[in-house]
Design a binder for this molecule. Structure first.
Ligand SMILES: Cc1cc2nc3c(=O)[nH]c(=O)nc-3n(C[C@H](O)[C@H](O)[C@H](O)COP(=O)(O)OP(=O)(O)OC[C@H]3O[C@@H](n4cnc5c(N)ncnc54)[C@H](O)[C@@H]3O)c2cc1C
Length: 439
C-alpha cells in the first residue's frame, strides 16, 4: 500500500483528488462530518462538464443533467438586459447538488477511496514545521499528506501556525451570504428572460437571480452582509412586481449559506499540507462558482503528488501544485477579484450608467460570469472605444474604473512574479505583495 493520504472534508476538489491518488496506489481516506447520504443542498448547481474529464470522471447519465441557459444581466433600473453568449461547446450543465455528490463519491469509491462519515475534523496535528495529521472528535489521525477540503472555514487551515504564512480569516467583503429557494410558479405569464441576474436590484448592494423554470421559480439573493428571512420576504415582494411568476410558497431549499468570492489563497501548501476548493478560495469571484475549478485543481494537485518520487510531500514538492493552479486558473481569477471590489465600490446609479451607456457589454458579462468562456470571446475594438468615450463623461466613475484597472494590472503582475521554486522566505514576501493588491 502506498503512503497514507488524509482528505479533511468531502469537498468536491478533495474527493476528486482522492480518487486520482487512490487509483495511483495511495492509501486515501476522506473524513467528513456529515452522515452518509446527506451531503449537498436541496437545489441544482451549474458547472463546466469538461472539468469532469480533467479529473478523470465520466459524464453523468443524460437524465441527470441539462444544459444551462445563458444568463441575462440587469442593472438596478432593470431597463437594459445584457445576455451572455457562451459558445455551444462551452455550455455549462445544471445538475442536482445531491446527484453531483453521488456521482463523485461513486467514482471515488470505485477508485479505492475510503470515506469515514460523521467524523468532525477539529484542526491540524503539527510536528515541528509539518502537518502530520488531523485532530478529530474521534481522536488524532496521522498521515503523510493532508489535503484540506473542508471548505471556506476549514478548521485545519484556520488553526495552522502563523509561521506557515497561510491566510486564515475571510474578510466580510470576501464572502457573500446567499439565500436560495425554489418558489411555486404563480402564473404562466411569459418572461422577458428565463434566467435573470440582477445587480443592485432595489438599490441593495448585492447580486440576485430569478430563473423561471417550467414548474417553479428559482430565487437567489446574495449580500455582503448578514440578512434574515424577513428581509428575504420583503425583497421577494419587491421582485414580484416585475416577476409575477414568482410565487409565495417555498417548494425546495430556503437556506442561508456563504460562498467565498475573493482572490485565490496566496499560499496553498506547507510541509505535509495542501488546500483545495473553497478552502483555497477557488471560486470565480464575480459569481461564486467553484465546482469546475476545484475539479481542475484536483488533477493539478494529484499530478504534483504523483511526481514527488521521494514522497516527501513538502512545501517544496507541493509548490508545483500552487504554480500549476495559478498558471491555469488562479492568474485569471485574481484580477476578477479586483472587478468584484470595484462592484462593491459603485453606486446603483453608476451601475445603471455602465449598463445603459454600453460600457458593460454582453462580452464582458460572458467573461466575468462564465470564466470558462474567457478564451473564446472576441472583444470588439470599436466597442472598447465607445466604452472609453462614455466612461470619460463621468469623472467619478472614471476614477473608480482607473483604480480598478490599475489594481487588475497589479494582480496580474503579482501572479507573474510568483516564485518559480519554493523558498519559504521568498514565498512569504511574495504573498505579502499579492495580498496587498486587495487591501
Ligand atoms: C448556495 C450555493 C450555490 C452554489 N452554486 C454553485 C454553482 O452553481 N456552481 C458552482 O460551480 N459552484 C457553486 N457553488 C460553490 C461550490 O459549492 C463550491 O465552490 C465548491 O463546492 C467547492 O467547495 P468545496 O467542495 O471545496 O467546499 P464545500 O462545499 O464547503 O465542502 C466542504 C466539505 O467539507 C465538510 N466539512 C466542513 N467542515 C468540516 C469539518 N470540520 N470536519 C469534517 N468535514 C467538514 C463539509 O461538510 C463539506 O462536505 C455554490 C455554493 C453555494 C453555497
Amino acid at each position: 500500500m502506498g503512503k497514507k493520504i488524509i482528505v479533511a472534508g468531502l469537498g468536491h476538489g478533495g474527493i476528486a483528488a482522492a480518487a486520482i491518488l487512490a487509483r495511483a496506489g495511495f492509501d486515501v481516506t476522506v473524513y467528513e462530518q456529515k452522515k452518509e447520504g446527506t451531503l449537498g443542498y436541496d437545489w441544482t448547481d451549474i458547472f463546466a462538464p469538461d472539468a469532469l474529464g480533467i479529473a478523470g470522471m465520466s459524464m453523468p447519465s443524460k437524465d441527470k443533467f441539462e444544459y444551462k441557459e445563458d444568463m441575462t444581466f440587469f442593472g438596478p433600473s432593470m431597463k437594459k438586459g445584457l445576455r451572455q453568449h457562451v459558445p455551444e461547446d462551452k455550455l455549462e450543465i445544471k445538475m442536482e447538488r445531491r446527484d453531483i455528490y453521488e456521482h463523485f463519491i461513486k467514482h471515488a469509491v470505485e477508485c479505492g477511496v475510503k470515506i469515514e462519515y460523521e467524523c468532525k475534523v477539529l484542526g491540524p496535528v503539527i510536528l515541528g514545521n509539518r502537518v502530520v495529521g488531523i485532530k478529530t472528535e474521534k481522536g488524532d489521525i496521522y498521515g503523510d499528506l493532508i489535503i484540506d477540503s473542508c471548505g471556506m472555514n476549514s478548521p485545519v487551515r484556520m488553526n495552522l501556525p502563523e509561521e506557515f504564512g497561510i491566510e486564515k480569516e475571510v474578510a466580510r467583503n470576501e464572502k457573500i451570504t446567499i439565500y436560495r429557494a425554489f418558489f411555486n410558479k404563480a402564473s404562466d405569464e411569459a418572461v422577458e428572460a428565463k434566467f435573470k441576474v440582477m445587480l443592485f436590484a432595489g438599490g441593495e448592494l448585492g447580486v440576485n437571480w430569478i430563473a423561471s423554470e417550467n414548474d417553479h421559480t428559482d430565487l437567489l439573493m446574495g449580500r455582503f452582509e448578514d440578512f434574515d428571512i424577513k428581509h428575504v420576504e420583503e425583497f421577494a415582494d419587491y421582485l414580484r412586481k416585475t416577476n409575477p411568476r414568482l410565487g409565495t410558497e417555498i417548494i425546495r431549499g430556503g437556506q442561508f449559506v456563504e460562498i467565498p468570492v475573493r482572490q485565490p489563497l496566496s499560499v496553498m501548501v506547507a510541509d505535509g499540507y495542501a488546500a483545495i476548493g473553497d478552502c483555497a478560495f477557488m471560486t470565480v469571484p464575480l459569481i461564486g462558482s467553484g465546482i469546475a475549478n476545484s475539479l481542475k485543481a484536483s488533477r493539478i494537485l494529484a499530478n504534483a503528488v504523483i511526481a514527488d518520487k521521494k514522497q516527501s510531500f513538502t512545501a517544496e514538492t507541493l509548490w508545483k501544485y500552487q504554480q500549476g493552479y495559478y498558471k491555469e486558473l488562479g492568474a485569471g481569477l485574481a484580477p476578477l477579484a479586483c472587478g468584484k471590489l470595484l462592484l462593491l465600490n459603485l453606486t446603483p446609479e453608476e451601475v445603471d450608467y455602465l449598463f445603459e451607456k454600453g460600457i458593460m457589454t454582453e462580452d464582458l458579462m460572458t467573461i466575468g460570469a462564465d470564466f470558462t468562456g474567457l478564451g473564446s470571446v472576441n472583444i470588439d475594438p470599436r466597442a472598447l472605444i465607445n466604452q472609453a468615450k462614455q466612461v470619460c463623461q463621468d469623472p467619478e466613475l472614471l476614477k473608480k474604473l482607473i483604480a480598478c484597472g490599475v489594481n487588475m494590472g497589479k494582480a496580474v503582475a503579482a501572479c507573474a512574479m510568483m516564485p518559480k521554486k519554493w523558498n519559504a522566505k521568498r514565498v512569504r514576501s511574495w504573498a505579502k505583495v499579492y495580498e496587498f493588491v486587495y487591501k
